[in-house]
Design a protein around this ligand. Sequence first.
Ligand code: NAD
Ligand code: DAU
Length: 341
Amino acid sequence: MKNILVTGGAGFIGSNFVHHMLAKYPEYNIVVYDKLTYAGNLDNLLPVKDDPRYAFVQGDICDAAQVKNAVEQHDVDTIVNFAAETHVDRSIMDPDAFIQTDVYGTYVLLEVAKELGVARYHQISTDEVYGHIPEGHSSVETDPLEPRSPYAASKAAGDMMVDAYFITYGLPVTISRGSNNIGPYQYPEKVVPLFATNAMEGLPLPIYGDGMQKRDYQYVIDHCEGIDAVLHHGQLGEAYNVGTGNEIDNLTMVQTLLDELGASADLIRHVEDRAGHDRRYSLNVDKLKSLGWVSRHTNEEAIRKTVRWYADNEWWWSKIKSGEFKEYYQKQYGERLALAN
Ligand code: NAD
Ligand code: DAU
């Protein structure tokens, strides 16, 4: 591994992965290939912009000619695919871009990897492909995929296509399935950065339904280290879960967040639930641990550290919470908040 194409590297997890890899491996070169959708942000890559081992290409993973060109020009031997439409609520409003990028885009990358003989293809996937998980079970990698939202279904289709390229063509692939990531550079549509920034602005925190849904909030760098472990020690054709192995309910998450900020619980509003809302995700992460990886932050530590980053980096999020974001916010929350008690 020497020249890595990081698709979606201007987004939240992708940019953290770029920082992690460049800091840890002086001999690697990284090309970020990103369409710069509303979620892509070159501010996330400012700390590496002058690093000679880093290059940026603006491009769509659905454009085969452009992907091929980037792979050839930069002599890419490894593709790590973070590029995706990622927000469940947006997938409920309008699934089209999810099918395009998360399904067709994945297929395009696999085709280019096959045609050009790329040495390794790694797919970034999610615990949402397993669907709602009843109490008493934690998903293992061999569990059936039972996605329930348009986003989760598009990611599950991507995983299946990756498996198909391994089985049919022998493409050297791996998959990692992460739980909810939080940390620096996450677009404030996702619950933790939305609530942290809303609380700092004195705005309401719209909790869907009763707030007893459970998620495993992991610190993004733990996830990046997990991907790194799979890239270096994972077995071809295998999937690996990445998370803390514990989950908390959303009311506990919001109370921790408010406590870290010293803000009032009066900001909480219970609003109309998300359609088809999965009550619980839970990952068994033993397979990844067997590669020597450990998760270094609990759910609570991850939330507190993330909230502190947002408190210290208003320059980053204040310009995002305008324009496109405001339009989306009104569409998603306007009526919900007006009807909330
Ligand atoms: P994000 O929304 O912050 O970033 C996505 C990036 O992909 C953006 O930079 C965007 O510009 C780019 N992109 C979108 N469509 C593209 C296209 N057609 N061509 C090229 N680039 C495109 O997402 P994230 O939260 O960093 O998630 C990254 C990956 O990790 C996704 O595959 C997601 O499904 C997966 N994942 C996310 C989480 C999470 O909690 N955020 C958890 C598990 C897995
Ligand atoms: O589990 C991994 C997934 O985590 C990733 O694959 C997705 O890309 C990522 O967006 C995230 O999905 P979630 O739907 O779990 O994350 P979100 O931050 O949108 O919501 C987390 C929980 O908080 C969920 O139970 C819904 C709830 N929520 C969310 C928002 C945005 C609210 O109660 N109110 C909100 O306003």
